[in-house]
Each structure stands twice: as C-alpha cells, then as structure tokens.
Design a protein around this ligand. Structure first.
Ligand code: SF4
Ligand code: SF4
Length: 372
C-alpha cells in the first residue's frame, strides 16, 4: 500500500530541512544514487514572492537540493514557466537567493520528446530532462484551482509540458474538465516521479491558483513516492471526498490508483478551508453546451484599476479569447471562445483577473447544492 508521510512544519530553515530529510529518508530517498542526475520540479509558473503562496517556497526547494547533494547526486531545478523569464522567476520567488552557494543547475525546460500516452491523446511532447532524469522529484504547492478545484502533486507535473505546448493542450481538452484531468493523470503516469513532496506550509485557498487566491497557513509538509496517494490524503485532510478531485477519480478509473493509502504522521484537522466555487452546470444535449458555458460557467473578468495592459493574458490565452480594447484601454473577453481554463488568472502578474460567477450560474449551483 502506498505511504504518505506528514510532518508539521514552518519555514524556519533548520527545522524545515530536518523534517524534509526525515520525510525523504522515510519514503525511500536512498534510491538516489551517487552521481545520478536528479531533476527537481517545483511550481515556478510565473514571477511571485513567497508570501503570495503561488509558487513552491524557496526554502523547500533548497531543502530538496541539499538532500540530493547529500546523496552525492547532481541536482537540477527546472520548470516550464508561462510568464516572464526563468531568471526573473528565480529572482522574485527568492529561489536564486535561497540556492546561493549550492552546486545546482537551474534552467527552464526547453526541449521535448514524444511520448505515447495511449488513448485518447496518443502522442504528446514532454520535457526531455524530466523524462530522462535518473530521479524526478516533484515539489508541488498546495493551492486551490478554479478549474480543477486543487492543484497538487498530479497537476504540478503539467509544468513538464514545454512552453506554448501547455496552452495548446489546454485548448485540445477544451472545457471538458474530465478530459483535462485524464490528460494530467496520463502525463503523471508517463513521468512516474520518484518522489513528491508537497509544500502545504503556506497554502492557498479561495479563488486560486493565481493572485486572486488567499494565502493560508496550514503548516504541513508531506511526501510520498506516489502522487495519486498524496493527492488523496490532501483531500481527506481538507475535509472533502478524494473523488471530488477529478484527477483522483480518473486515476482510479484508469487503474493507476485504488484509493487505499497508509498515512504516517499526524494529519491536522483543517476546518473551513475555502474552495473555489465550481459550477457543475454543463449538462444535457451537447448542442446546448456552448450556450450554457457562455451563460452559466463562471468567467474571467478584469479589474480595470489593477490592469496594467501588459498583455501577458492575451499572449497566453490558448483560445485567443482575450483582446485589447484600444478605445477603452482595457482587456476584452470573448466568452464564446473562452474555454474556462483560467490560465489568464494564473498568469496575470498584477492580480487584475478573477473568476466571477454569472447570475444564472450562481442560481443553478445553489439549486444543485440544495438537491445534492
Ligand atoms: S489583465 Fe493582467 S495580464 Fe492582462 S493585460 Fe491586464 S495586467 Fe496584464
Ligand atoms: S480567457 Fe482566460 S479562461 Fe478563457 S480561454 Fe483564455 S486563458 Fe482560458
């Protein structure tokens, strides 16, 4: 039975390092061999400081690097960022400073290799370094996600899709959350990370995963060899059914997880964790889905006061649903084209975007909740 190990932790580095090492030792860190090449994959999506709880905390990254060095292996910290240069992310996230003096390579994923995921997606390009590493250490952040509910161990590996291929895959899976969850699960299955250690010390609740979310201290660090089991335990800790997270459900259906997990350590009781509202309202005949999506599913909106017209959102939007309203100097959304992936919210560097429920969507969600 897969094991998930929990530790109560803070960002006091001496203590954090001790706990990180203990988790790794307990989940089989000895598999990291002398001189092996270890790729460490934190969440480094866009420039953001640690207190925003958007990225994996720099001290968690440092602890991972130090662990790998202690094993005599060669660490490489990498991700495929969506916004800004990788150098800027390393600087703003505090990772550059945290890794000072350590023998570690930091570079963004640039080259890909084709992998056959099987049905329904078949061939997909995944970062070569992640696929060919002797060991892959997955370092997700515990955050809410307006489209997928939470982003944890499984979803973090979507960052191993290089550059603009990421929004392309968002577009191919479209508005279908289950389809996107299937893609995430299959990518995770192809990468088979050796270890996953989740930074849930300062987590994010509310309308995550970008600057619209609210940091919340949970004080948890947890590790496992199996990211599906890790995500299952996080759901239990936050007081929801593991199947509420679609990636867990799909992993079970695909036979990659069976939901049984052994937990080592004290699981804290976390009360009133605020999840994003997800409207389960695209139903009935397919011909009506477009209309329903337009009017019922929550949509990205911009706050004019915060928007700096930097263009990151329209550059990144996979559906090309955002344009610049030249006359009014504001962003404009085409809600018919929008596939509700909420990538724009995640990449906006100024926190100017959020997901807003439509009036009929809110009404239907309440009815569905009442009936459910
Ligand atoms: S909404 Fe955000 S990303 Fe888009 S133009 Fe405005 S500030 Fe830039
Ligand atoms: S507008 Fe935002 S939510 Fe809609 S498709 Fe573009 S990035 Fe995704």
């Amino acid at each position: 039975m897969p094991e998930v190990v929990l530790e109560r932790a803070s960002y006091d580095y001496d203590d954090l390092k001790k706990r990180f090492f203990r988790i790794m030792d307990s989940i089989g860190g000895d598999r990291i061999k002398n001189n092996s090449r270890v790729v460490i994959k934190p969440n480094l999506l866009a420039p953001a400081p640690p207190e925003k709880a958007i990225l994996t905390h720099p001290l968690v990254v440092r602890a991972a690097v130090e662990y790998v060095l202690k094993k005599g292996a060669r660490p490489q910290v990498s991700d495929s960022n969506a916004v800004g240069s990788f150098a800027k992310i390393l600087k703003e996230s505090g990772i550059r400073e945290a890794l000072k003096g350590l023998d570690v390579e930091c570079s963004e994923f640039r080259t890909s290799e084709h992998v056959d995921l099987g049905k329904p997606f078949r061939k997909i390009e995944i970062a070569k370094e992640a696929l060919n590493a002797d060991v892959l250490i997955n370092l997700p952040k515990l955050k809410t996600h307006t489209q997928m509910l939470l982003t944890l161990g499984v979803k973090n590996l979507f960052g191993c899709i290089v550059g603009m291929k990421k929004p392309e895959w968002h577009l191919r899976t479209g508005v279908d959350r289950k389809m996107f969850a299937t893609l995430l699960v299959q990518i995770c299955g192809a990468l088979k990370p050796g270890f996953t250690v989740l930074d849930g010390i300062l987590a994010m609740e509310g309308q995550g995963p970008g600057k619209g979310g609210t940091p919340r201290e949970l004080g948890v660090l947890m590790g496992s060899r199996d990211p599906f089991s890790m995500d299952t335990v996080v759901c239990k800790m936050l007081g929801i059914r593991p199947d509420s997270l679609l990636t867990n459900k799909v992993a079970k259906e695909l036979g990659l997880a069976n939901g049984t997990v052994s937990v080592k350590g004290d699981m804290p009781e976390i009360k009133n964790f605020r999840f994003p509202e997800i409207t389960p309202v695209v139903f009935g005949p397919k011909s009506l889905h477009r209309l329903m999506r337009k009017h019922l599913v929550q949509r990205p909106v911009s706050e004019a006061d915060l928007c700096k017209m930097c263009g990151e959102c329209w550059e990144y939007c996979p559906a090309k649903a955002i344009s610049k309203d030249k006359k009014k100097e504001r962003v404009r959304f085409d809600y018919e084209k929008c596939i509700r992936c909420y990538c724009c919210i995640e990449v906006c560097p100024h926190g100017a975007l959020s997901a807003k429920e439509t009036f009929p969507g809110k009404f239907i969600r309440r009815v569905v909740k009442k009936d459910g």
